[in-house]
Design a protein around this ligand. Structure first.
Ligand code: NI
Length: 257
């Protein structure tokens, strides 16, 4: 299993980060990708990925929820510089995107930063990790106009949308990141997956958040993706081993080539 999205640098893992990483290795997790969210997160991400080189892979980016009018230009200057400086070492630009869930007062700034990061990804030929919450229409519109300019590789992380939205994302050549939400009671995502080939899915936790059932509410860890794998095996009528093999090969194709 490859965890394409875990915030292992964050405070939630501060007390026992080394043990957590060791546990994932023992449980058969092959690799983790650690996404950036703001300027402050850069150093910690690069540190943990340096320490676990070849196992933890860094991504750097500017998360829409960290875009604030008073300092976003300065933060972006720092993040862009770090992305360029570490462009050989990072496996993606992320996480980036739009989030209108809590705050819609600064849509313009979020869109500007999203756009700049997409431009940079195309310039540096890096994949992107896209975050979209309550902003599907704008996210799809921006992605489509971006892809009209030049090829773009990437994943829509923590995907939980409709068939219609999934189809549009697949048409753009992007992957879907699937995690714990798939195992939640009342989650309708399994219906959406009817139109999604497994060849376009990568696994993720979004840890420390969104631990799958039966660990819902606990701190998430990459090894718990096995519950997502089991659910995918049921949905696609194949074995868990096949799910692991296909999703790992997808992740390698997207991030490690
Ligand atoms: Ni995340």
């Amino acid at each position: 299993m490859i965890d394409t999205h875990i915030h292992i640098d964050e405070e939630a893992y501060a007390m026992d980060r080394e043990e957590v990483i060791a546990r994932q290795r023992e449980a058969g997790v092959e690799a983790m990708i650690v996404p950036g969210v703001n300027a402050k997160s850069i150093e910690g991400i690069l540190d943990v990925c340096q320490k676990h080189k070849g196992y933890c892979f860094p991504a750097l980016g500017f998360h829409p929820q960290d875009v604030f009018p008073d300092d976003y230009k300065e933060q972006w200057r720092i993040i862009e510089e770090a992305i360029r400086l570490h462009s050989e070492e990072i496996v993606a630009i992320g996480e980036i995107g739009l989030d209108y869930h809590y705050d819609t007062t600064y849509k313009e700034g979020q869109q500007e930063i999203f756009q700049r990061q997409l431009d940079l990804a195309q310039e540096l030929d890096l994949p992107v990790m896209i975050h979209n919450r309550d902003a599907t229409e704008d996210t799809l519109r921006i992605l489509k106009s971006q892809i009209a300019k030049a090829p773009l590789r990437g994943v829509v992380h923590c995907f939980n949308g409709s068939k219609e939205v999934a189809k549009q994302i697949l048409e753009m050549g992007l992957y879907l990141g699937i995690g714990g939400v798939l195992t939640f009671k009342n989650c309708k995502l399994f219906e959406t997956l009817e139109v999604v080939p497994l060849e376009r899915i990568v696994l993720e936790t979004d840890g420390p958040y969104l631990a799958p059932t039966p660990h819902r509410g606990e701190r998430n860890e990459s090894r718990l993706m096995i519950f997502v794998v089991q659910r995918l095996a049921e949905i696609y009528h194949i074995t868990p081993e096949e799910v692991i093999s296909i999703t790992s090969s997808n992740a390698k194709k997207l991030f490690f080539v």
